[in-house]
Design a binder for this molecule. Structure first.
Ligand SMILES: Cc1ncc(COP(=O)(O)O)c(C=O)c1O
Length: 387
């Protein structure tokens, strides 16, 4: 049997990880500034996280949502505390797309409406409603096409006001990434997020904050939407939540009332996934990793902004993007092949940095040194390194 060949692969076999590093089958070490696509939050094979999973799997890996799973309550308490949303309610799933699927469905149940607003360059996942709300026609199958999603330009307040003027009473929800990831690291302005909140309040629609990539501390705040001082009605999350163990969730405002049978899943919230997610939150809390992401990310971005040959350095915390100039269009490839550094990308040539939230100053300097060598500015390397 062969694998269904849908992924363009780097010819590298990763066999081991620790902290911000991974190793291939030949023993070569790589600095992971990609975090396996923003998934590694507390570091590869973090000791505390490993122990949590090992202890739990040896005790009980799974029992169904037909019984009390106390680990779900422990996770909810900790998430409420670390996210600052203690009065929200938690529904656990297994992935980001599933989180958004449930968020949109819940908004429709709650409002009795059918339409949702999404934005240009959005990415919300590959399942039916999530992909319909994704601005990428090539990944939308004919069966996913629907008139129920209205696209509006990202960060355009006037256009959004117009959408609500024409369709407001039919709109169940607005779904928005606080920082667009797959779309190329585009930061939503605070004014835009505030206007989404205003319009949702005015028209009785729900604000869904897709925090799957930009959430869980990555931006230097628990939710990047926090910078606007708004409370969303539903936050969707996944990626960093399990540090590689598959788990996703929606955090639901107290005014949205549950009903038995409204949502459900077999695997969501299983004992093992909860233990992994609790391990992650304990590490984030005890090691102040959100503050670390803010501090280290700020330093990294300010040094990148001084570097020649790269433009539009943007992002927040440890969610950073920049555009190499034309002669360095293959910078990502060179960083990987020559410097053994993983980074992420978006079209056309955006370099995306999504490392572990525990990234150290030494590891930042290692990355900057690699950049200096590849951009041929080695003689100035000392001004790009330090602090
Ligand atoms: C913002 C955002 N939403 C949703 C998803 C989908 O998550 P998953 O791949 O876990 O289904 C992603 C994945 O990249 C994402 O970046």
């Amino acid at each position: 049997m062969q694998l269904f060949d849908v992924y363009p692969l780097n010819p590298i076999t990763i066999v081991k990880g620790k902290g911000s590093y991974v190793w291939d089958s030949e023993g070569t070490r790589y600095l992971d500034m990609y975090g396996g696509h923003a998934v590694i939050s507390v570091g590869h094979s973090n000791d505390h996280w490993v122990k949590k999973i090992q202890d739990q799997v040896a005790t009980l890996a799974f029992y169904s949502n037909s019984v009390i799973i106390d680990l779900q309550n422990q996770l909810a308490d900790l998430l409420g505390e670390v996210s600052g949303k203690k009065d929200y309610q938690l529904f656990l799933v297994n992935s980001g797309a599933e989180a958004n699927e449930n968020a949109l469905k819940l908004a429709s149940f709650h409002t009795g409406r059918k339409k949702a607003v999404a934005f240009s360059k959005s990415f919300h996942g590959r399942t039916s409603l999530a992909v319909a709300a994704t601005d990428s026609p090539s990944i939308v199958a004919p069966i996913n096409e629907t008139d129920n999603i209205i696209f509006s330009p990202f960060n355009d307040i006037q256009a959004l006001q117009e959408v609500f003027k024409n369709n407001g009473n039919e709109i169940a929800a607005v779904i928005v990434e606080g920082i667009q990831g797959v779309g190329g690291i585009n930061v939503a302005t605070d004014e835009f997020l505030l206007e989404i909140r205003n319009l949702c309040d005015q028209y009785g629609s729900l604000y869904i904050a897709d925090a799957i990539q930009c959430g869980y501390g990555r931006s230097g705040m628990f939710y990047s939407h926090d910078s606007a001082g708004v409370n969303a009605d539903i936050y969707s999350m996944a990626k960093g939540m399990g540090n590689g163990f598959p788990i996703g969730a929606i955090s639901i405002a107290p005014h949205i009332k549950p009903k038995h049978g409204m949502l459900g899943t077999t695997f969501g919230g299983n004992h093992l996934a909860c233990a992994a997610a609790i391990g992650v939150l304990e590490e984030i809390k005890n090691n102040h990793l959100i503050a670390n992401a803010a501090k280290v990310g700020h330093h990294l971005m300010s040094v990148l902004r001084q570097m020649p040959h790269i433009q539009n350095v943007r992002g927040k915390g440890l969610m950073i993007g920049f555009d190499p100039d034309e002669e360095n269009a293959d910078l990502r490839k060179r960083l990987l092949n020559n410097q053994k550094v993983f980074t992420g990308t978006s079209k056309p040539n955006v370099v995306r940095l999504l490392p572990s939230l525990a990234l150290s100053a030494t590891e930042v300097n290692e990355f900057l040194q690699a950049m200096a060598i590849e951009l041929n500015i080695e003689q100035n390397a000392e001004i790009f390194i330090g602090a």
